[in-house]
Design a protein around this ligand. Structure first.
Ligand code: SF4
Length: 153
């Protein structure tokens, strides 16, 4: 898996102060996507062991208290990303069980395959659905368009 950007301190993507990871790779091609540079799974930087360790170190660093980790993209549940994401969320929950994990995907919860569903056991919130330009609503918290649903798992 590659990632596009990592923000160790973020107050925009999810509630409270968080660490946020934007992964590379997305097949949804939503019209009006604000993040087209993340579509290619080959773009960005290799997501390696050092990045996993860095995220865990940030989440457990009490000098800046973070409420949790946000994982967006691109699409964390893009098929080629799922194995690395599953490993990441398992290890974050093990190392920092008090932190919440929010995830954004263009897939709809009910259409996730078995491998994608395995990730759900380790995250707290899934915001699902493609960005629909006709339903875009900038006033919605944590969603880009009104078809998207915030699932508290
Ligand atoms: S799911 Fe997100 S990143 Fe992927 S095309 Fe849609 S808006 Fe863009």
């Amino acid at each position: 898996m590659n990632y596009h950007q990592y923000f160790p301190v973020d107050v925009v993507n999810g509630p409270g102060t968080r660490a946020t990871l934007f992964v590379s790779g997305c097949e949804h091609q939503c019209r009006g996507c604000y993040n087209q540079s993340t579509w290619s799974p080959d773009k960005g930087h290799h997501f390696d062991e050092a990045m996993v360790n860095r995220i865990i170190a940030d989440l457990t660093d009490n000098r800046i208290k973070r409420r949790g980790l946000s994982i967006s993209g691109g699409d964390p549940l893009f098929p080629a990303n799922v194995a690395a994401i599953l490993d990441l969320v398992k290890r974050v929950k093990q190392a920092a069980p008090d932190k919440d994990i929010w995830m954004w995907t263009g897939y709809v919860l009910s259409e996730l395959n078995q491998q994608q569903q395995a990730v759900l056991a380790y995250i707290d919130v899934l915001v699902d659905g493609k960005f629909e330009q006709e339903l875009a609503d900038p006033s919605l918290p944590y969603c880009g368009s009104s078809n998207q649903v915030i699932h508290h798992l």
